[in-house]
Ligand binder design. Sequence first.
Ligand code: ADP
Ligand code: MG
Length: 252
Amino acid sequence: PAPGEDLLVLENVSKHFGGLKAVEGVSFTLRSGEILGLIGPNGAGKSTLFNVISGVLPPTSGRVSLRGQLISALSPRQIARRGLARTFQHVKLFPEMSLLGNAMMGGYARARAGVGRSLLHLERNEEAALQHDAAQQLARVGLGDVFELAGNLPLGQQRVLEIARALVADPTLLLLDEPAAGLRVGEKRELAALLKKLQAEGVTILIVEHDMDLVMNLVDRLVVMNYGEKLAEGRPREIQQHPAVREAYLGG
Ligand code: ADP
Ligand code: MG
């Protein structure tokens, strides 16, 4: 889609766990080319919303569309094939595997469908192409030593490796769940620069992040959640001045 066009549209999305309304009636639109921040206190429903968008959890009600196509009834793999990639709140890497091996896992979604078909069953030429793409994405994010073991990397680079793995799927839309959590100041600054670079290269980003300095300098717009509901939406400056947001989240 052209920059500024609707890419991801949420209409009245709810996700209930029994009586718990983890996400309740959330609607917003992510435009192609922007970085949209999703913020809110712990338990506000941000990760649950990511799980619904990426197909890990079916919504209780509501609709999610990607490039005008309804995706809320599709599997994670089908959604990935339509151009969505994500990272998880907690680092999910194979520490005993190389950076290259980990990055190649991001190509899983494009492996041809079929029972038992997985990375382990790729044709040799498919594997070579995947290896090439993985090396290219590692270089893109600035990770040069592709044969190093993932477990030997500092946390900041492990987060970046997860982003490289997501990029191997060549996503239009990247969902990042707290990619800066636990990072040192310098690592956060590098991460922010990387995300700006990816945006300039045409990747649209939806990011959950708690560090307000980082978020306010990074994103084009923000959606604020509280107790499962959308509390506010707007540009960083509007959000900082929003009375209900200040009261609920920014501490008055
Ligand atoms: P956030 O990411 O904003 O911190 P979450 O989406 O993780 O919030 O959680 C929102 C609410 O949903 C919390 O009360 C959490 O305990 C609950 N929750 C999340 N996932 C599940 C689940 N699989 N089963 C039951 N409750 C869940
Ligand atoms: Mg979360």
